[in-house]
Design a protein around this ligand. Structure first.
Ligand code: GYE
Length: 329
């Protein structure tokens, strides 16, 4: 009897050790809920972690405020979580709090918008879009499409609707937009302002541009939500989106595919938000003792449009109508 009891106790101890070895608390400081991209990103990470046996997910929505995110990171430290996933609403101002994360020795994984202090802090892995490339592809698509229409002999007026000022995705895409414009001298920038990555602000900005700028031929919107908001403003002004104004978005969310198929939008450059599988694989590998270098891993991204076959840097566009059914977000 005594032997049996010892055996049962020993077995219990082993089982609890196994359970605690795989039990992890993973915290995510997310930016907010500004776009369809963000929703897909949050859903992907949440599902992947919550679906993993033994892993607990702690989520914090920063509601677009840096101070909320700083508070969330400090709370994660106090709670003693096992991993922190972080994307910052803007690029600068994270040095102090991320140093605190390092001092607490909580492994940090950078996602999406990478902070500008990345080279000064410790992190285990980083994963996010190649924003300058996405920005170049937006302009290259518009330039090549205009050429295919024979419109490279006239002046073409372009407006650039930027994302949240100071966000990595805005900084990188703007840099890419402007760099690529140098190759298309017939494209002239007549407006450049932020629409804050939201549908409502994209609509309001387009409304004001349509009132103040005589001729707008192309809209480069740094995300699809702003492009979709702008479409409403263009329609309200009695113009035909996708025809009177060529519209290029970014992200490749399902709603943009629908707008392209409906003829109201022309192109969307992909920025893949489905980070869940990457996060799980990375944490599993880190737990198994693997290490990664500090370069940012970029997801594979394409370009989807109204015609297909337009050559941009590193890829050829695919007609959105042909692949809309496979779209996951
Ligand atoms: O493109 C936009 C979102 O940081 C890549 O943020 C992300 C961007 C994305 O609001 O829709």
């Amino acid at each position: 009897m005594k032997k049996l009891l010892t055996l049962v106790l020993a077995l219990g101890l082993v089982l609890s050790m196994v359970a605690s070895a795989s039990a992890l608390t993973i915290a995510f400081s997310q930016i907010g809920q500004e776009s369809d991209w963000r929703t897909a990103n949050t859903d992907s990470v949440t599902a992947a972690i919550e679906g993993h046996e033994g892993w607990e997910f702690v989520y914090s929505d920063g509601q677009q405020k840096q101070e909320n995110q700083i508070q969330a990171l400090r709370n994660f430290i106090t709670q003693g979580v096992d991993y922190i996933l972080f994307t910052g609403v803007v690029t600068s101002g994270w040095d102090e709090v991320l140093t605190e994360v390092n001092e607490a020795e909580i492994p940090l994984i950078l996602l999406d918008r990478i902070p500008d202090c990345a080279d000064k802090i410790e992190y285990k892995a980083a994963f996010g879009g190649d924003f300058p490339l996405e920005g170049r592809r937006q302009v290259q698509w518009a330039g090549e499409y205009l050429k295919s229409l024979g419109r490279d002999t006239e002046d073409v007026n372009v407006v650039i609707m930027e994302g949240t000022t100071g966000a990595d995705a805005q900084v990188g895409r703007t840099e890419g937009n402007l760099a690529a414009l140098a190759d298309y001298p017939f494209m002239k920038v007549v407006g450049q302002q932020t629409g804050n990555f939201t549908r409502a602000e994209g609509q309001a900005l387009m409304e004001s541009w349509l009132k103040s700028i005589d001729q707008i031929d192309v809209l480069i919107a740094q995300n699809d939500d702003m492009a979709l908001g702008a479409i409403d403003a263009i329609k309200a002004a009695g113009k035909v989106p996708g025809e009177d104004i060529i519209i290029v978005g970014c992200d490749s969310v399902k709603a943009a595919f629908e707008a392209i198929v409906a003829g109201e939008m022309n192109c969307t450059v992909e920025c893949n938000p489905l980070y869940g599988p990457f996060v799980v694989e990375t944490i599993e590998a880190l737990e198994a003792g693997e290490t990664f270098d500090k370069t940012v891993v970029h997801p594979e991204e394409g370009v989807f449009d109204c015609v297909g076959g337009i050559e941009v840097e590193g890829t050829t566009s695919v007609k959105a109508a042909d692949v809309i059914d496979e779209r996951q977000y």
